[in-house]
Ligand binder design. Sequence first.
Ligand code: 13P
Ligand code: SF4
Length: 309
Amino acid sequence: MLALQSITEEIAEFKRARRAVILEHHYQEPEIQELADAVGDSLELARKAQEFSGDVIAFCGVWFMAETAKVLNPERVVVVPDRHAGCSLVDACPVDQLKAWKAKNPGYTVVSYINTSVEVKAESDILCTSRNAVKIVNSIPAGQPVLFLPDINLGNYVREQTGRENMKIWQGACIVHATFAARKLSTARAEHPSALVAAHPECPKDVLAMADFIGSTSAIVDWCATQDAAEFIVMTESGVRYSLERSAPEKKFHFIPNEQCNCSECPYMKRNTLEKLRDALRDLNPRVELAPEIMERARRPIERMLAVK
Ligand code: 13P
Ligand code: SF4
């Protein structure tokens, strides 16, 4: 207890000295979320980064989110507690393979999920997040063909919602959401018959078909808080429980283990710890460093997305 208190005090001290803000994704551990200046989904965090005017951003999330913050703040320092906080979707789409796909499909508009490397962003026309993907694709003229990457489940969901047939989808997946099983969701529904189901669009199609609501992490938190129901089955990473219970303490939330590891935790998000956050603020490392030319090219598709309200 004492040790925890002294680490949080050290974090507060380094944060003040560095003129830093701490931005956090909902999937972070509760004790880290307690220290955040803002907790949000990937779109909200990108908007927070765009508005930032201090010296240092400590990004408690995964690396691609911090890269986005750096592109929007090229003159500022952006650190992440753990350099290996990656994402399976980023790994699923190397930039050379994207270049080959574009070469085979000239004239297509490239819509990339924010869960991509900065190099992939630099090759994209516009970005999207789970919160605005349908809106972003709808903002592209109807006859214009689209390459959507890298999440196959989000892509299929967007194609269904927009009714776009001229849309090709990359075959990447999130190791957490893609392994949620409809079979386990059916069992949970039988156990909690009055619960509503909220799902993240990275889940497989048969899971989404059983959902009462589909949305980003923040959208799920907001939706659960405004429903009359008292119980929910939540098909996303279990770290969001903290935000759910903060916004609706009287309600009950059930999480389902996925097929892969019998939990529903993102191993990348969970690499960040309080100790690593303290060290990152003290040492300004691990720090996101990007070539100016890449940042310049990646900024356009990010800003295009942020301009879509
Ligand atoms: P959000 O867009 O809901 O923040 O999701 C990001 C993510 O990594 C989901 O796994
Ligand atoms: Fe990537 Fe999935 Fe982890 Fe989100 S939950 S950061 S999509 S691996």
